[in-house]
Design a protein around this ligand. Sequence first.
Ligand code: XMP
Length: 514
Amino acid sequence: MTQHQLVLILDFGGQYNQLIARRVREHNVYCEVKSYKTTLDEIRALAPIGIIFTGGPNSVYDANSPKCDPALFELGIPVLGICYGCQLMAITLGGQVVPAEADTAREFGKTKTFYDAACPLFAGLPAEGISWMSHNDYMAQVPPGFSLPAHTDQCPNAAIADVQRGFYGVQFHPEVNHTENGSQMLRNFLYEVCHAKGDWTMEEFKNTSIQAIREKVGNGQVLLALSGGVDSSVAAALLAEAVGRQLTCVFVDHGLLRKNEGDEVEAAFARWDINLVRVDASARFLGRLAGVSDPETKRKIIGEEFIRVFEAEGKKIGQVDYLVQGTIYPDVIESGLGDAAVIKSHHNVGGLPDYVDFKEIIEPLRQLFKDEVRQLGRELNLPDYLVKRQPFPGPGLAIRIIGEITEDKLALLREADYIFRDEIAKANLEDTMNQYFAVLTNMRSVGVMGDGRTYDYTLALRSVTTTDFMTADWARIPYEVLDKVSVRIVNEVGHINRIVYDITSKPPATIEWE
Ligand code: XMP
């Protein structure tokens, strides 16, 4: 589709593969992560300007460890090997790798490392710094023709280089933040060794994507389920820019949204000439949820009802050729690249039935990382509150009201949650936490207000910091901010007389309460 230079990242099963890819993209160079099994013909067809071998959990001298075709080194393409990738390069080109004895060159964690600035990989960087090591094996003999441009106190060959052929290997991990100047080393590889032009920008991506979408869609009709989350909003904005009236966005308001949410999403898209169908399905959802208090039953009802509403709206539109999904690159990588461990088989959430018949599914964001999706959103002039939005679960406030859901409880929670978000914004703390919200517990307790006794709800505040939402820590919100939130909620909302702050991490708790 787009014509930009490509760096190929060959995945040998390391844990930092996505991080390597993000670092490369941050330097405005497009890259793709592919299995180490990618054939030479496929590599030739991709015509990468450089190849990076990732780390991996194996030992290169094990018979079954992942290898590469030795002919890869004859393609005339620069290669950077990281950790396992470095050892693989060494062994393939005639070096020797052995298990490190406990008292010799096995290294883990932050390690003082000395660099030779004459090596293009370390050009312009300080002669020493901390690097992040994680290796059991040791290069007992480096391949012929290679120099040793970095060492540690333990290990004479923290890096190997064949400047003539453009082959570099590092025992440490330049992609992790613990390695001082690591990002700059990757940049050196890209610009000094591979001669990258830096042609990967969101502006370029936007323009070429719009053009490609127009060519593909022609006069066809396109349908998109808009949830108001970042991915679907950015996909919608891109499609809106590309095909305007041929796009129909269906935004289902299930009555479980946060305060002002429906209006905000609608307003953000008002400037495009698209068909935006906002379906008020709250009566239908709340009707089916009446009297239900079991969390899993709530979730199932909402999931199913969403599909039914979407189907009904799809039928009203008539012939739709294309369906848009907001799949992003981590979803693609995590769905498995071959032998590497499958973290999860991605099924795009958005409430879409699998069996709806479309000519084609368009996934315009499938090359992008989350931060790139946000950049693209800014490039498309989506307002910050949509682009920076914290995740909001599909079942919405239904899983933040413990027990039965009623209109009254929803109204209380909406106000309380709004005040919490408002105070976090006023204290400029939005960027210090990844998800924060209020939960209306089912518990009531005795309080005193004015001179009278109250018997009202306990509201919980939840705020977490996390990178992947699989594990999370509770955010250390300053007491003064918590105090303001508490005072405001109790005074302004009514029927809430006690506020608690959730100080459990995940695990053992989860982020949401249900
Ligand atoms: P938990 O509660 O499992 O949440 O720690 C992890 C992250 O997932 C979000 N979440 C959902 N998102 N549909 C979604 O689209 C869901 O049913 C759902 N349940 C939880 C949650 O908000 C958090 O970001």
